[in-house]
Ligand binder design. Sequence first.
Ligand SMILES: Cc1cc2nc3c(=O)[nH]c(=O)nc-3n(C[C@H](O)[C@H](O)[C@H](O)COP(=O)(O)OP(=O)(O)OC[C@H]3O[C@@H](n4cnc5c(N)ncnc54)[C@H](O)[C@@H]3O)c2cc1C
Length: 388
Amino acid sequence: MNTEYDIIVVGAGPAGSTAARYAAAGGARVLMLEKDRDVGYPVRCGEAVSHEGVVQFIQPDPRWIAATVTKFRFVAPSGKSVVPKLDGGGYVLERRLFDYELAKLAAAEGAEVVTKAYVYDLLRENGAVTGVRALIKDKPAEIRARIVVAADGVESRIGKMAGIDTTCHIRDMESCAQMTLSGIDVDDDVLEFYFGGDYAPGGYLWVFPKGNRSANVGLGLSVEEAKKKSAIRFLQEFVAKKYPGAAMLTHIAGGVPCATTCDRIVKGNVILVGDAAHQVNPMSGGGIISGMIGGMIGGQTAAEALKSGDLRHLEEYQKRWQKRLGWRHDVFYSMKEAVSHFDDATYDAICDSALKLPEEKRTLGGIFRSALWNQPSLVLDVAKVFIS
Ligand SMILES: Cc1cc2nc3c(=O)[nH]c(=O)nc-3n(C[C@H](O)[C@H](O)[C@H](O)COP(=O)(O)OP(=O)(O)OC[C@H]3O[C@@H](n4cnc5c(N)ncnc54)[C@H](O)[C@@H]3O)c2cc1C
């Protein structure tokens, strides 16, 4: 490891590895620092991604795919369910191996990857960021760089250190609990979503198959709801009832910033990518692919800025992100606001109207249209999304 690089990426999650990969491919000398001993571990994720999202970056490989999914099951509070097709299909990943693979792609482009490397401060000269202070394998080190990429996840501190406001309002922070269960009966090609106050008020509970009679089971609800009853209690109750006798292989809690992107994701020569920038889809809580898209745009723009010799070019990253996905997340955020107020009766009505549809029309779009048609009050909720 050297003491000077063009770019230091802090954090080797999907966003960091993708930023490192595209920055290195653009000709930059890149160092990626990861605080944990292993890239990709521990896993704090439902691990579901769309086929369309993945293939933008990497060819699907059975080594890191636990299950290929083609349908989803929408379970209403009444217990009735509908199973529409999943347009384009998707995967439940082995995140541990997937993240590892993404880091290898960054290394293949020439990025250096160092684990057990905790960044605890930024170096500064005359007010400008000139690198990072880190504990590398427990030894203090100062490493200089012309650009720092903060890819340090939902608990990001690097952005704040650089003077960027990364606060996520408590009402937008989803509190999640997740388990990997084994010895249970699940459909291997179906993503299951449970809605309603008994499962996850204002959020949803998921059962994502992982093959071999195992599944990633979890839920997310707003921190405000979690104050009344915690995510882990909701999950334990569901598992005890639905899968008594299941073996619990992993068990973890975490947070997802279901907000719009931070107002600023560039400041001077520091940029934020992934969860650190709140690049999560605020409606679904999915942030793997969107974080990788943020990482790709950030990494490419950083390499261009170095080539041009004018780091003000980094401002392009903010504009490109907004044009590519940021604007959609703004719309999804408004939709989330409407959906989070749905009560059990509304979910039941959506399910009932979907069940009336002929099977070939049971797609997400078909269900949405039918729900609007049969539930005029929903039109008002959705209208609010577009006029707010
Ligand atoms: C319970 C749960 C379920 C989820 N389910 C899904 C899902 O099904 N599908 C989906 O698309 N998304 C899901 N998400 C969201 C998804 O996990 C995140 O959006 C995604 O991991 C973000 O990637 P990232 O690279 O920005 O951050 P992370 O994956 O969090 O990576 C950040 C990395 O930075 C490292 N780091 C942090 N601080 C430092 C430091 N100071 N120095 C060095 N390294 C540091 C961390 O160790 C970590 O490896 C879920 C999230 C949770 C919590």
